[in-house]
Design a protein around this ligand. Structure first.
Ligand code: PGA
Length: 248
């Protein structure tokens, strides 16, 4: 049987307010046709979350936030709580993306708190992890990932979490660069993450790959064992390219 993959379009801040709505409305029918054996999740800016949730209500296209606050409420100017996301009917949220770790100075404790906020609000977290190029070259990847997973896996182990949880392995040096790691490396990493999770819990955590996914490399990436889907940045901005990735 053909495997059902999840395709998450992480639009970052590439599209402006109008372009996000234009993408959703002009590709509405084609997106629904693409769903079939796949799951599609779109991640617009905060400003358009509610509009896209409205546009795709009663369809299987899901809408995801690109981040959330590590606090429940209070004097945190510029932040958005998981409670608000939940009240806006947003069911998914990315946390720990390397760009948020870098530009917003997020550390493991912040990301752990965000994970807890999401769990408490019944939102599915999409936790991003990944090593930089130096650590990759020094074969330090597993130590880095171990540290990024430690707190989160403890929470999963000690709680009966009902919603889906996603872990996206995104080597930082692959994001937006056109470079992907060799397939043996990816096979090893995903097998290692899979085994690590299996030792702790029976819950199926969905494993995603992200970093320069495009229509040319998707068919070989789809062969990786233990992989449930993809987090796609740049290549998700052009509907024809996105369609090729999903349909390949
Ligand atoms: P990219 O981004 O596909 O443009 O490399 C992926 C991501 O950052 O999630």
């Amino acid at each position: 049987m053909k495997k059902k993959f999840i395709f998450i379009a992480n639009w970052k801040m590439y599209l402006n307010f109008n372009q996000e709505i234009e993408f959703a409305t002009s590709n509405y029918d084609n997106l629904l046709k693409l769903i079939n054996k796949n799951n599609i999740i779109l991640c617009p800016s905060f400003l358009n979350l509610k509009t896209l949730i409205q546009i795709f209500k009663e369809t299987n296209v899901n809408i995801c936030a690109q981040n959330c606050s590590d606090h429940c409420k209070g004097s945190y100017t510029g932040q958005i709580s998981a409670t608000s996301l939940s009240l806006a009917n947003c069911k998914h949220c990315i946390i720990g993306h390397s760009e948020s770790r870098k530009y917003l100075n997020e550390n493991e404790n912040d990301i752990t708190e965000k994970f807890k906020q999401l769990i408490n609000n019944y939102i599915s977290p999409i936790l991003c992890i990944g090593e930089n190029e130096k650590d990759h070259k020094n074969q330090n990847t597993m130590n880095i990932l171990d540290n990024q997973l430690k707190n989160i896996l403890n929470i999963i182990k000690n709680n009966n979490i009902k919603q889906h949880i996603y872990i996206a392995y995104e080597p930082i040096w692959s994001i937006g660069t056109g470079k992907i790691a060799n397939i043996d490396h990816l096979e090893n990493i995903f097998a290692w993450i899979y085994e690590k999770i299996k030792k702790l819990t029976n819950k199926h955590i969905k494993l995603l790959y992200g970093g320069s996914v495009n229509s040319k490399n998707i068919s070989i990436l789809k062969k990786i064992t233990n992989l449930d889907g993809f987090l796609i940045g740049k290549a998700s901005l052009n509907f024809q390219e996105f369609k090729k990735i999903v349909k390949s």
